[in-house]
Write a protein that binds this ligand. Structure first.
Ligand SMILES: C[S@@+](CC[C@H](N)C(=O)[O-])C[C@H]1O[C@@H](n2cnc3c(N)ncnc32)[C@H](O)[C@@H]1O
Length: 244
């Protein structure tokens, strides 16, 4: 017999449930222990209160989080955060929320934020699907950026890919009209899948002149995974779609 404890806490659709709410929930990442430096561990302790935002299943008041109202970008899966920190430094008039599950990467970004004395960046260490579904209000973002999401190349792992239609509808729903959803990948089959998935969304319009990919945005910083792709001789595909 099902008891109240086995029922989902919130009325989230299946694809947006947490692992504890639905043990077979498929996530776009696996939690790796990974190497973490002492400096990163210390950053997670000391700097988290300054830049970190806790995951809680309630809508965030982003004006209160940033202490002002400004155009807002969310970068999902920022890795080491090199793009996020640099773009935030170049745009003090905008606010940036980074979402990443890999703690060493979060620690590394925190160290960079402190060194660069940036006040327009906040960080959440949690599954971005959960954060968008539960913490981010509809039509509250100006930009969502996803750079080099895990391609999960094996067919049996395709179900783990972040960019799927349910996720795209969720991200589009969090953008305000005119807001932009940006992606880049160096994995051609995933690039084609992203293009088809984004193009199929009734909420989005392709900003590419030819209706396919856009030229590499000059402002995008070469991340660790982009550089890795370059070393392997991979091409890179950029996409930009606006919220209708
Ligand atoms: C291939 S790496 C790319 C990192 C970085 N954007 C870059 O270009 O170097 C993908 C990153 O996304 C993160 N990630 C994957 N799924 C995520 C999710 N649902 N929520 C938050 N982070 C996620 C992983 O931890 C990993 O750091």
């Amino acid at each position: 017999m099902r008891t109240a404890r086995t029922l989902p806490r919130a009325a989230a659709p299946l694809e947006f449930m947490t692992e504890s709410e639905h043990p077979r929930a498929i996530r776009s990442f696996v939690t790796r222990a990974g190497r973490i430096t002492e400096a990163q561990v210390r950053a997670l302790e000391v700097l988290w209160p300054k830049y970190g935002v806790e995951f809680e299943p309630g809508t965030l008041d982003l004006d209160a989080v940033f202490g002002r109202r400004a155009p807002r970008t969310v970068e999902i899966g920022f890795g080491n955060g090199e793009n996020l920190a640099t773009v935030a430094a170049n745009h003090p008039e905008r606010d940036y929320l980074g979402i990443e599950v890999h703690r060493p990467g979060v620690g590394r970004l925190l160290l960079a934020l402190e060194e660069m004395q940036l006040s327009n960046v906040r960080v959440i260490c949690e599954d971005a699907v959960q954060v968008l579904a539960r913490q981010i209000a509809q039509r509250s973002l100006d930009e969502v950026v996803i750079l080099f999401p895990d391609p999960w190349p094996k067919k049996r792992h395709h179900k783990r890919r972040l960019v799927q239609s349910a996720f795209v509808e969720l991200a589009a729903d969090r953008l305000q009209p005119g807001g932009i959803l940006r992606m880049a990948t160096d994995w051609q089959p995933y690039a084609q899948e992203m293009l088809a998935t984004l193009a199929a969304s009734p909420k989005l319009r392709n900003l590419a002149v030819a209706g396919a990919f856009i030229p590499r945005p000059a402002e995008r910083i070469a991340t660790r995974f982009e550089k890795r792709g370059e070393r392997l001789g991979h091409e890179v595909w950029d996409l930009a779609f606006s919220r209708i």
